[in-house]
Design a protein around this ligand. Structure first.
Ligand code: BES
Ligand code: ZN
Length: 591
């Protein structure tokens, strides 16, 4: 089966192991050195094709020691250039000597001013979906797995960590060795370098962060070990040994990234009250759905994310109780409705199985696959019963461990092993409507949250004229506040906004999710007292999930657009390429 986002031909020759030896040059913004790939030649083929994007290749050698003939093909948008290497049928490995480009899309180089410590530079990579090829020549397809090892050379005094077995102490010579003994797809290759510290969180968990942040991070993430234990209880052993979280500087473009053994996370989850840790449950859940059983291509993205959201909410339910996880599910339904509205209810992009032909898979990174996938799995759970569904899932992760999965294969298994065994289940679920059809099918499960009903009563009371300061909000959690803010009437006046701000101090909130919802309302209702906070927020962090809606909302009006451009001119150099690409598009920015 071919992956439309890779030049590689793994059906002919496949890479089984990668040995990296890279020098990290903070002055030149370059990674340079070599990648040795062990290959399995299944076809007697004479050409190994790899993915590259922006790499300059100086020389390639074969295991025989001989120089190999190689050629870089024509550059294609998003995909980069194929690297074709001439091999012999008996060739077992090739070594590519290369350097990455200073603007490699996977790599963000941070100046000391962009870090919490302020003294040392920082580097991190983000390989999903097809950016691994901007720093490692590889078969950059989620359907190909390899083990890896690496030697990474960094300036003395800095710590390097990878999606692999990691050191916890800074080395004296700046040289680090890594090993990842389980086979992984290339999008899970990851590296970070900085002035990092480590704290253990339990039996097999811990946290890395810049030294000034590490205590706060360890406190916030203290529930991690309980989540691992709950996850194992649900769907079987955690197969990766250690589970650590690296809390990155604020320009990290995602909430989290499930790099194996070492989740990368945004510091915007450090709310000071542990209320945003479902993100950890999510990235941890990927250790099964995604990292163990992997979407075969990016069209099958929902297999990674939909299963992970389902598993995330089961972990949250096990650790924090059903009312908590039901609040998350309700917010998820709002996200789903919003995505469908944005994409259009009949849009091809609202099918679970995507067709990304001719497009960058990064475009599929919206909430649809997450939440439509979640609600399908919840529907199946509710149809066949939790016990039967859990048994199916556990068995699925075991039988397909370290393999990739297509939507077609999954659907066949669901039918053959689960739905067909429960009378009427096929008809009640209507798998095809979910997987190959648009929008939200009418049999979508309903989520009931008593906590949120109380919140809705308070929104109504406010609408009817009850003063903000008199609303009954004692004991509300972050999620109740988010629901409150999302539910505010479209017709709010600036006076009402001010009243809310005076009563609840939203503009000064240290909780990124609450602040984000408030700033959306502030733009919508032209509440000027929040504009400074808005500018600060856009300058202080680079998480795309927050940036995109805010810039989009600003861009809806002429005045907003010009404010957005002013802020973006300052912020753009601090954003990761992934976020920059998105905001460039919104503001039609041409650098
Ligand atoms: N694997 C994703 C992040 C991703 C998706 C990166 C597609 C590149 C392309 C990660 O697991 C994720 O889903 N992160 C979410 C947080 C989560 C709690 C929904 C994010 O970053 O917002
Ligand atoms: Zn995810």
């Amino acid at each position: 089966m071919r992956d439309i986002h890779s030049f590689a031909r793994p059906d002919e020759i496949v890479v089984k192991h990668l040995a990296l030896d890279l020098q990290v040059d903070f002055d030149a913004h370059r990674l340079s050195g070599s990648a040795t790939l062990q290959i399995e030649n299944r076809s007697g083929g004479r050409e190994l094709v790899l993915d590259t994007n922006g790499l300059s290749v100086s020389r390639v050698t074969l295991d025989s020691g001989a120089a190999a003939t190689f050629a870089l093909g024509e550059e294609q948008r998003y995909l980069g250039r194929p690297l074709a290497i001439a091999v012999e049928p008996q060739t077992r490995s090739v070594t590519i000597h290369y350097a990455s480009s200073p603007d490699a899309a996977a790599v963000q180089w941070l100046a000391p001013e962009q870090t919490a410590g302020g003294r040392q530079p920082f580097l991190f990579t983000q390989s999903q979906a097809i950016l691994a090829r901007t720093w490692v020549p590889c078969q950059d397809s989620p359907g190909v797995r390899m083990t890896y090892e690496a030697t990474i050379r960094v300036p003395r005094g800095l710590l390097a960590v990878m999606s692999a077995e990691n050191p916890t102490e800074t080395s004296t010579d700046g040289v680090y060795h890594f090993r990842m003994p389980q086979p992984i797809p290339s999008y899970l290759l990851a590296l970070a370098v900085g002035d990092l510290g480590f704290r253990s969180l339990g039996r097999n968990s811990g946290v890395y962060a810049e030294k000034p942040v590490v205590e706060k991070a360890a406190w916030e993430l203290a529930d991690t070990q309980r989540m691992i234990d709950a996850a194992e209880e649900l769907y079987g052993p955690y197969r990766w040994g250690q589970y650590d979280i690296l809390v990155l500087p604020p320009s990290f473009p995602f909430g989290g990234m499930e790099n194996p053994r070492l989740t990368f996370a945004t510091p915007t989850i450090l709310a000071g009250d542990r209320s945003l840790v479902s993100l950890v449950a999510h990235e941890l859940a990927h250790s099964w759905s995604g990292n163990l059983v992997t979407n075969a291509t990016w069209n099958d993205f929902w297999l990674n994310e939909g299963f992970t959201v389902y598993f995330e909410r089961r972990i949250m339910e096990a650790v924090f109780g059903r009312p908590y996880s039901e609040m998350l599910a309700r917010l998820g339904m709002q996200d789903l409705e919003h995505s469908v509205e944005e994409l259009g209810p009949e849009s091809r992009d609202t099918h679970l199985l995507l067709d990304l032909t001719g497009r960058d898979p990064d475009e599929a990174a919206n909430k649809l696959a997450y939440e439509k996938g979640y609600f399908l799995l919840r529907l199946i759970e509710e149809t066949v019963g939790r016990a039967a569904f859990d048994a199916f899932l556990r068995d699925y992760f075991d039988r397909h461990a370290f393999q990739s999965m297509t939507t077609e294969e999954l659907v066949a298994e669901m039918r053959g092993r689960l739905l067909s065994k429960h009378a009427g289940a096929e008809d009640r679920v209507r798998l095809d409507a979910w997987v190959h059809g648009p929008g939200i099918p009418s049999n979508v499960p309903r989520v009931k949250s008593d906590a949120f009903e109380k919140v809705e009563e308070q929104v109504k009371a406010f609408e009817r004229g009850t003063a903000a300061s008199r609303l009954q909000t004692t004991g509300w959690s972050t999620h109740e506040w988010i629901h409150f803010l999302r539910g505010l009437p479209k017709s709010l006046t600036v006076g009402q906004m001010r009243q809310l701000d005076d009563a609840f101090h939203f503009s000064a909130s240290g909780n990124s999710e609450i602040l984000h919802e408030w700033l959306m309302q502030s733009i919508q209702h032209e509440y000027e007292p929040a504009y400074d906070a808005l500018e600060q927020f856009l300058l202080a962090q680079g998480r795309r999930k927050f940036l995109k809606p805010l810039y989009e909302k600003l861009a809806e009006s002429e005045a907003g657009r010009s404010r957005a451009s002013g802020i973006y001119a300052k912020a753009r150099p601090t954003y990761h390429s992934v976020s920059r690409g998105t905001i460039d598009n919104i503001l039609k920015w041409t650098p």
